[in-house]
Design a protein around this ligand. Structure first.
Ligand SMILES: [Zn+2]
Length: 239
C-alpha cells in the first residue's frame, strides 16, 4: 500500500520550483500525493519596464497557472525581491503558519550554496521555520505543531552549477508538463530573452537533459538530502 504524503516545495522566486523540481512534483501528483508549492518572494523586481506592484501580481498569477498545470496548491509568502531574510521573525512566523497548515511529510527547497542570496536565505528560513514549527510553544496560536522536524531535500541550482546530486528522479514522462508549467512565466521568459539573450525554456530543458545523461535516462532532476541530525530518514521519499 502506498502511503499518501503531503509534499511541500518552497522556492525563493515564482519560477524557481518550475525550473528545478516541477518534473518531480508532477510525478507526486500523478501518484496521488498532495503537493503544495510556495514562493517566498513575490519577485517584484524582476523586470525593467513593469513596476514592482504590478509585477508581483503578474508573477503570482503566472505561478498560479503553473501550479494548476501540474495540480499543485500554490501560495506566496509575499516578501519583496532581495529581502528574504532568515533572521526576520515576521518571515519565520509566516512560514511556520504555512508549515502548520500543510503538515508536510517532507520539504524540497533550495541548496544552501545556491547563486542568489534569496535562494540561500530561503534554505535558511526553511531550516529555521521547520524547527520552530515543531515546538508547541512557538507562536502557539498559529496551529498544531509539526512533528518531528521535516526531512529536507535540496534541489538543483540554476544551470546545475556547483551542485552534485546524490539522488536523481527520472522525469522523462513529465518533462513536457514541466516545460508547459515553466512557459506560464511569460513575463520572465520575455525579460530573459531581451535582457540576458537566453531562451529560458530551452535552457531549462537542456539542464534537465544533462542531468538525464548523468544517470542514464532522457531527462532528470537532481537532489541532495539535508544530512543534519533529525533530517535523515530510512525511507526513499523521492519518486
Ligand atoms: Zn530565484
Amino acid at each position: 500500500m502506498v502511503i499518501k504524503m503531503n509534499v511541500l516545495a518552497i522556492g525563493a522566486h515564482p519560477d524557481d520550483l518550475e525550473i528545478a523540481c516541477y518534473g518531480t512534483l508532477s510525478k507526486y501528483v500523478k501518484a496521488g500525493h498532495k503537493v503544495f508549492v510556495c514562493h517566498v518572494s513575490n519577485g517584484n523586481l524582476g523586470h525593467v519596464e513593469i513596476m514592482p506592484d504590478e509585477l508581483s501580481v503578474i508573477r503570482f498569477n503566472e505561478a498560479q497557472k503553473a501550479a494548476e498545470i501540474i495540480g499543485a496548491e500554490h501560495c506566496s509568502l509575499d516578501i519583496d525581491d532581495q529581502y528574504v531574510d532568515s533572521n526576520n521573525e515576521e518571515q519565520v512566523e509566516k512560514l511556520v503558519r504555512l508549515l502548520r497548515r500543510v503538515q508536510p511529510d517532507f520539504i524540497i527547497t533550495h541548496s544552501d550554496r545556491d547563486y542568489h542570496r534569496d535562494h540561500t536565505e530561503t534554505y535558511r528560513l526553511v531550516f529555521r521555520a521547520t524547527c520552530c514549527a515543531s515546538l508547541t510553544h512557538y507562536d502557539s496560536e498559529s496551529g498544531q505543531s509539526i512533528a518531528p522536524i521535516c526531512p529536507l531535500y535540496m534541489m538543483d541550482t540554476l544551470a546545475n552549477t556547483g551542485f552534485e546530486p546524490t539522488e536523481n528522479v527520472d522525469i522523462t514522462d513529465s518533462i513536457d508538463l514541466k516545460l508547459k508549467a515553466l512557459s506560464c512565466h511569460e513575463s520572465q521568459i520575455k525579460w530573459m530573452k531581451e535582457h540576458d539573450k537566453i531562451d529560458f525554456v530551452d535552457f531549462v530543458k537542456n539542464c534537465s537533459r544533462v542531468r538525464g545523461y548523468q544517470c542514464g535516462v532522457d531527462y532528470a532532476e537532481g537532489f541532495r538530502p539535508d544530512m543534519n541530525y533529525g533530517r535523515r530518514t530510512a525511507k526513499r521519499l523521492l519518486p
